[in-house]
Design a protein around this ligand. Structure first.
Ligand code: ZN
Length: 328
């Protein structure tokens, strides 16, 4: 794989290639953006380009010994640090080991490359230690810090680095990765990592429960309010699935809103087109928007010990045109 074969984020790739050609490559880089869009792959490509023995500047060949060692993680001058299996954060000892290597001349290649992924897993002590390396890096040393959210990094670390923003892939770019199932492509949210990890069978099962919830909430008349409580009880009793059900419901509601605003081509759940279109015809946009808003509140309150059943009940009431009239 060469730079030209990298799918998506072409602006980032061109900017990196320009920097590589300028021969004044920045010593600190931050690759930020959603999970699963190729940040790590790109960091490895940069490490190859900085050490390739065959390709012209700004490129790499992927076949020389150096490229192959970097690909397999065995090049002595390219080091990746990440969270170890038994840990929740990157340890200070890992950063110290990196700093020791920083002092040495490259063993085999032209340049040393240190990839920290995810860099937001550095605790304050480790981040401050890393900062020492970033402040006065030797001429032939480069750092690539990878994070989903650049704002989680220390300002002092950020100020030493050039930031490269990765964006979600388009539907076509996901297809070019070889994903063929249309539902998976649309559920990927522009992340190839997410597309590859998606369990469609499980997704469909959860989606059925949440669509049942949504249909009941939209359709229930006053004499059917016990049905509202029945579907919210089903929703609320989910334990580890609760969070993913909230997400599934958010996507279903977004789909209904696409129908309402006349952009059905954006619908994610393409296999449910008719059922969703019918439901959208009966739903009140105002109620859907209030539900979407409340779902965001639920997502933020899941970090604390929220009462899930109560949240599900309130959501059901908010979504129903008649019941909502009772709410304050
Ligand atoms: Zn090479």
């Amino acid at each position: 794989m060469r730079f030209e074969a990298f799918i998506g984020n072409r602006k980032v790739i061109s900017r990196l290639q320009r920097k590589l050609l300028e021969n004044r490559f920045p010593h600190g880089l931050i690759f930020t953006g959603p999970e699963g869009v190729g940040k790590h792959t790109c960091a490895v490509m940069v490490a190859k380009a900085l050490n390739c023995t065959q390709a012209p500047p700004g490129e790499f060949c992927d076949v020389c010994t150096s490229c192959r060692k970097i690909e397999s993680g065995t090049h002595p001058d390219v080091m990746t640090i990440s969270v170890e299996e038994d840990a929740t954060q990157i340890k200070i000892a890992q950063v110290r080991q990196l700093l020791t290597l920083l002092e040495l001349q490259p063993l085999e290649g032209r340049n040393k490359v240190f990839i920290v992924d995810p860099a937001d897993s550095l605790n304050a002590e480790a981040a401050n230690a890393l900062l020492k390396g970033l402040e006065e890096p030797p001429e032939n040393s480069f750092f690539i810090l990878i994070t989903v959210n650049v704002h989680e990094l220390l300002l002092t670390v950020r100020s030493r680095c050039q930031v490269y923003n990765f964006i979600p892939l388009t539907l076509d770019e996901i297809r070019r990765h070889g994903v063929t199932d249309e539902l998976t492509i649309r559920w990927s949210q522009g992340s190839i990592g997410r597309a590859r990890a998606l369990d469609v069978t499980r997704l469909k099962a959860e989606r059925e429960i949440m669509l049942d919830f949504l249909e009941t909430v939209v359709n229930a008349k006053e004499e059917q309010f016990q049905d509202l409580l029945a579907v919210s009880a089903e929703f609320g009793k989910a334990k580890q699935d609760f969070e993913s059900r909230v997400e599934v419901l958010a996507v279903l509601i977004a789909d209904l809103l696409y129908f309402s605003e006349g952009t059905p081509q954006k619908v994610v759940n393409v296999d449910l087109h008719e059922r969703l279109q019918k439901l959208a015809g009966r739903a009140f946009v105002d109620r859907l928007l209030r539900m979407a808003e409340f779902l965001r509140f639920i997502e933020s309150s899941l970090k604390t010990h929220a009462n899930r059943q109560m949240l599900a009940d309130v959501l059901a009431l908010i979504g129903n045109e008649k019941a909502a009239a009772w709410l304050p």
